[in-house]
Design a protein around this ligand. Structure first.
Ligand code: 5CA
Ligand code: ZN
Length: 409
């Protein structure tokens, strides 16, 4: 599947900093030490509706990870999936009387447009679940043949007990896991399972639903977690630097994915850091396609809102906090964008080297984008109050804001 066009990332003077980031698995900050090629997998959308601010906030966080790494002169090997076959997609297509493949294509196309408008750097590999099926089947067969998976009425389940490290991503107790499993695509109450938490790896073909040739597994379609594992292992291998997504993916998705990969390879861990973005809400509830309380990127764009202001709204919140989308946060970002644009349009200003260092330091410190924005605010205010004589400064600020924050002034 093709991704979307990359916006150019200007090179900056001086030296970028290594990223220290919160890892859900260890519960603390870890300083990542990727080699010359940093490896990151970020879970992509399930394309049954348009990109909302929650999605955009999560992808913004991982775009910052990329930008910090690029600033240290590393290459970034970024992989993202599209869950282009799954229950919610099929259910929505059914409800609306449309073809599920057409729905997935339409919403994925819109996502690409939204990501391009927001200047999110594209993944190097953008892979759909459907196109990954030929790679998924042998993995499920291997898990089954190794005794880490079992059959139940034609469906194949992963046995969570086959991974000694199961539970070490999210650190939840059994009751919490069971609850979340039921909420997030699992079937803990299905009779006959060895452990209620065991997730499906391969679902045997159902009447009226799409299915694919699964070799010795029979016709069917893949489970959710094995989709991301197959794509990640194929393009990144084990021990990659960051597995990313929203906090609602820590369990079961990332927990199960890690266990699948660890059971398959005998290696640990699948990812050096499991990084989770907070949830964006609207009217007191998590923004979600199933609840329908949504603000869409594409809707705001249609209304003429500058995508740079949408991006600044996201950046004004720390990626790990849960926050509410309101009209006010967007108004604040629009005002900030105006101030910054006025500042970089002047012929000179206070020196910008220290500011570039402050933005770098803020982002390297667990992606503290609010602190980075405040540093730019201070430079713009100083220029407004006392002026400055450095004729190169406005250009340096503009390039730094573009390269490190993805905002084109
Ligand atoms: N296709 C799967 C991942 S493999 C999926 O979760 N798709 S999704 O469309 O539901 O979500 C895409 C990404 O947006 C996920 O990382 C999810 O955690 C994140 N996300 C969803 N809702 C919100 C929200 N309200 N706030 C922040 N992030 C969110
Ligand atoms: Zn995923």
């Amino acid at each position: 599947m093709h991704a979307w066009p990359a916006s150019e990332v200007p090179a900056l003077p001086g030296q970028g900093r290594d990223l220290r980031i919160h890892d859900t698995a260890t519960g603390g900050l870890v300083t990542l030490d990727p080699g010359p090629v940093a490896r990151i997998y970020v879970c992509g959308i399930t394309p049954y509706d348009a990109t909302h601010m929650g999605h955009a906030a999560t992808y913004n966080a991982f775009d910052l990870v990329q930008r910090v790494w690029l600033d240290t002169k590393r290459q970034v090997h970024y992989v993202q999936n599209v869950t282009d076959v799954d229950d919610p997609l099929l259910e929505r297509a059914d409800r609306d009387g449309v073809d599920w493949t057409a729905l997935a294509e339409k919403e994925t196309a819109l996502f690409r447009e939204d990501m391009t408008a927001l200047r999110m750097l594209p993944p190097r590999h953008y892979i759909g679940a459907v196109e990954a099926i030929p790679g998924i089947v042998p993995l499920v067969e291997r898990l089954r043949d190794a005794g880490a998976a079992y059959e139940l009425e034609g469906d194949i389940y992963f046995s969570v007990e086959s991974d000694p490290h199961f539970g070490q991503v999210s650190h939840l107790d059994a009751a919490a896991m069971r609850l979340l499993s039921a909420e997030r695509g699992g079937d803990p109450d299905r009779p006959g399972k060895k452990n209620p938490l065991d997730p499906m790896l391969w679902m045997a073909a159902r009447e009226g639903e799409p299915s694919w040739d699964g070799g010795s597994l029979g016709r069917g379609r893949p489970g959710w977690h094995i989709e991301c594992v197959a794509i990640a292992l194929d393009h990144l291998g084990m021990g990659f630097d960051v597995q990313g997504g929203g906090s609602d993916l820590a369990f079961p998705h990332h927990e199960m994915g890690a266990s699948h990969a660890q059971a398959l390879t005998g290696e640990f861990p699948m990812a050096k850091a499991y990084v989770h973005a907070g949830m964006v809400g609207l009217d007191g509830e998590k923004m979600s396609k199933s609840k329908g309380n949504l603000v869409f990127v594409s809707q705001l764009r249609r209304e003429g809102v500058d995508p740079a202001a949408i991006r600044l709204t996201l950046l004004a919140h720390h990626y790990r906090s849960d926050w509410e989308w309101t009209d006010q946060v967007l108004q604040d970002a629009l005002a900030r964008l105006d101030r910054w644009r006025a500042a970089v349009s002047r012929p000179d200003g206070p020196p910008a080297e220290a500011l570039v260092g402050e933005i770098r330091a803020a982002l390297a410190d667990d992606l503290d984008s609010p602190a980075a924005l405040e540093a730019v605010d201070r430079w713009a205010a100083l220029q407004q109050e006392t002026g400055g004589t450095d004729t190169g400064a406005p250009g340096v600020v503009s390039r730094a804001v573009d390269a490190l924050l993805g905002v084109a002034l």
